[in-house]
Design a protein around this ligand. Structure first.
Ligand code: FMN
Length: 194
C-alpha cells in the first residue's frame, strides 16, 4: 500500500552520513529539495536565510578543511578520525550549507522568529528529500564556527551557519531514534483564561 503524505511525514528520520551514498538527487530533484525551503512560513517575506550548494569540485578542499578544523581541537587524529571527517565532505551526493541571516532590528519580526523561519526551511528540505526517497541529515558542530571553513564557503561573520544538510540514497539501514511521547511535548489549556 502506498504511504499517504501524513504517513510519510510521520516516518521522517535522519540518516547518518556513513549510511548515505549514490545515486543522489538529480538536478530536478535537487531543485525540488531547495524549492521546498522556499515554502517555509516567512513573516514579512524576509527570507532570513540562504543556502550554499557545495558541488563536487569543491569537496576535496572541503575535506581538507574539515580535517584541519578537527586538528585545531585535537592535535593528534587517528586515520579513522581523519577518514570520518573526509567522509562528511566527500560522501553525500548533495551537500548544502544552511545560512541564517536574520535582520537584527526589524520593526515587527524578531530575530527568534526569523531563526524559526530558517529552521522551518531546513526541515522542509529534509522532508522533501524523504518524500523523494532519499536519506538526509543536518550536521553542525565546531566546523560551522571555523573561520577557514566559513570563509571558504563565503559565510559572513554576522551570519549564522546553522549546519550542513547531507542528502543521498540510503545504502545502509539507518538507526531510528526514539520519538518522545506526545504527552512529554504537549500540554492542553482547556479552561477559561480569567
Ligand atoms: C541545526 C541542527 C544541527 C545539528 N547538528 C548536529 C550535529 O552536529 N551532530 C549530530 O549528531 N546531530 C546534529 N543534529 C541532529 C541531527 O540532525 C538529527 O536530527 C538527530 O540525530 C536526531 O535524528 P532524527 O532527526 O531522526 O530525530 C542537528 C540538528 C539541527 C536541527
Amino acid at each position: 500500500m502506498t504511504d499517504t503524505p501524513i504517513d510519510l511525514l510521520l516516518s521522517r528520520h535522519s540518516v547518518a552520513v556513513r549510511r548515505l551514498g549514490g545515486p543522489g538527487p538529480d538536478q530536478q530533484q535537487t531543485d525540488q529539495i531547495l524549492c521546498a525551503a522556499l515554502t517555509a512560513p516567512d513573516h514579512a517575506a524576509l527570507r532570513p536565510w540562504r543556502v550554499v550548494v557545495i558541488g563536487r569540485d569543491a569537496r576535496s578542499d572541503l575535506a581538507d578543511l574539515f580535517i584541519a578544523a578537527k586538528r585545531k581541537r585535537q592535535a593528534e587524529l587517528t586515520d579513522a578520525e581523519a577518514g570520518r571527517e573526509r567522509d562528511k565532505a566527500l560522501r553525500p551526493p548533495l551537500l548544502v550549507a544552511m545560512v541564517a541571516r536574520p535582520q537584527r532590528l526589524h520593526a515587527t519580526v524578531t530575530e527568534a522568529e526569523q531563526l524559526a523561519c530558517a529552521g522551518a526551511a531546513m526541515q522542509n528540505m529534509l522532508l522533501a528529500a524523504h518524500f523523494l526517497g532519499f536519506g538526509a541529515i543536518i550536521l553542525s558542530g565546531a566546523r560551522c564556527e571555523d573561520t577557514e571553513i566559513r570563509s571558504a564557503l563565503g559565510i559572513a561573520p554576522d551570519e549564522h551557519f546553522l549546519g550542513f544538510i547531507s542528502v543521498g540514497s540510503i545504502v545502509d539501514a539507518p538507526l531510528k531514534g526514539r520519538r518522545p511521547a506526545l504527552a512529554e511535548m504537549a500540554t492542553h489549556l482547556d479552561r477559561t483564561m480569567r
